[in-house]
Design a protein. Sequence first.
Length: 137
Amino acid sequence: MITSYADFVAGLAELVVPGVRRRLPHPPSQIGTGDLPLQFVRLPEGEEGALTADGGGGWPRLAGELVIVVSPTHQGKAQSSYAATVALIDAVSSTLRNVLPGQLCKSKIAWSVRGTQDYLGGDTEYWLVVARVTGNG
């Protein structure tokens, strides 16, 4: 059976990343500093090759972004926020290395991870860790 996008996203949301205080299965409507670091998953995307009469085609390629909100940028703690972001990049990478085939999708997963800053929930900018996770399913 092919992995659904709902199952893929739910699997990403259930990953336990050390150092994360709160996990949500969807983007937050608001962010309280007491919840940080906060983890959520953005809407997924994917692609599938054409199915042919002789059975050609393949497993769909699924992708999703696991996001960890580290801290607001306006708190004036750039050095400590930078260090916390790098530490969470390591924690995300370690967590993803331990994902087994079948846990998120049918295949082994691949990912890229980056630290960045972006606005969430209006006019507040945050330090973020964003891991783009892909797999076949």
